[in-house]
Design a protein around this ligand. Structure first.
Ligand code: ADP
Length: 188
């Protein structure tokens, strides 16, 4: 399986992605995690990405595409993967399709869309801010991230719908209930 997780910030992609890792034994590739690790390590790439991340804006396509291209070629990702936070705009989705073709890998098999209302998203992210203290979980930055999602990332639904790959799952309920819904649309 080659899964793309789609959904607003705070929709549960990270949590459900981890459960999918355990279930299917394929790795999760999270550009958000990779970028935060680069920022924490103070690498050149991290320095380039930090300002955009702190402002709730997207990091340059070239940076995230480089991260994903490198990761997709590692041995554990050859039999499948779960992408979390990538692609985030149509240009990235097009590059991803081209990249998989170039690497001789099968294309994306499922685009799982976790649907959660904006109101619930803001509530969750503010709650997460208290617990995890992520630099970009401040109310103004949260609102910016939702705006960027609606403008740039939600058009991806149309992109994957045109390929007949979208499965929308209601992202409200217990973690296990939502996971069962996802497994259901993936066919078990
Ligand atoms: P969220 O919880 O808001 O979905 P992520 O952890 O996926 O956030 O990403 C955090 C930040 O990292 C984003 O707001 C953005 O600045 C940057 N980022 C992550 N993935 C991408 C991507 N595919 N393209 C551009 N920027 C990205």
């Amino acid at each position: 399986m080659r899964i793309v997780l789609l959904g607003a910030p705070g929709s549960g992609k990270g949590t459900q992605g981890e459960k999918l890792v355990a279930r299917y034994g394929i790795p999760k590739i999270s550009t958000g995690d990779a970028l935060r690790a680069a920022v924490a390590a103070g690498t050149t790439l991290g320095k380039q990405a930090k300002a955009a991340m702190d402002a709730g804006q997207l990091v340059d396509n070239s940076i995230v595409i480089g991260i994903v291209e490198e990761r997709l070629q590692q041995a554990d990702a050859l039999k499948g993967f779960i992408l979390d936070g990538f692609p985030r705009n149509t240009a990235q989705a097009e590059v991803l399709d081209g990249m998989l073709a170039k690497l001789g890998q099968p294309g994306i098999s499922h685009a799982v869309h976790l649907h959660v209302t904006d109101e619930e998203i803001v509530r969750r992210l503010l709650e997460r801010a208290k617990i995890e203290g992520r630099a970009d979980d401040r109310e103004d930055v949260i609102r910016k991230r939702i705006e960027v999602y609606n403008a740039e990332t939600s058009p991806l639904l149309a992109y994957y719908r045109a390929q007949n790959k979208v499965q929308t799952v209601e992202g409200v309920g217990s973690m296990d209930t939502i996971f069962e819904r996802i497994i259901g649309v993936l066919g078990g």
